[in-house]
Design a protein around this ligand. Structure first.
Ligand code: HEC
Length: 114
């Protein structure tokens, strides 16, 4: 096969892969998500399996399973969110870095592995 065609195919394959995979999540990303979650005291309202003041992380992951909503969730984590789970609102975290919010959302949607 012609070299140019091979290169083109390789590029196309990489591109297709990047569209399918969730925003290129690595084990290090997931670890960073967990750290940022812990560092921002999110666990005072969110536990892994039990709903407390907020929904459990597993319930959140279940509800959005298979949906690419990382960015949406990250936005609601920062802006605050209400009326989706019950009567209590999730407070705004405007000081939380966008990238951190995204990595936390990715970690939660990935089942919040520890
Ligand atoms: C004071 C309690 C509280 C704290 C602290 C808190 N949350 Fe929440 N969170 C809630 C409640 C209550 C809800 C459900 C809101 C609703 O019904 O829409 C929620 C909802 C969520 C959701 C689901 C949003 C959706 O659109 O379905 C995510 C994700 C989330 N919180 C992440 C976090 C993260 C990350 C932090 C830390 C940066 C955090 N929460 C801190 C109470 C809290």
């Amino acid at each position: 096969m012609n070299k140019a065609i091979i290169k083109l195919l390789a590029t196309a394959t990489l591109f297709a892969g990047s569209m399918l995979a969730p925003p290129s999540t690595t084990a290090a990303d997931l670890k960073a998500g967990q750290k940022a979650f812990d560092a921002n005291s999110c666990s005072s309202c969110h536990e892994l399996s039990a709903s407390t003041i907020g929904p459990s992380l597993k319930d959140i992951a279940r509800r959005y399973k298979g949906q690419p909503v990382e960015r949406e969730l990250a936005q609601r984590i920062r802006a605050g969110s209400a009326g989706r789970w019950g009567g209590v609102p999730h407070p705004a975290y405007e000081g939380l870095d966008e990238a951190d919010a995204l990595i936390i959302a990715t970690w939660i949607l990935g089942g919040a592995p520890r």
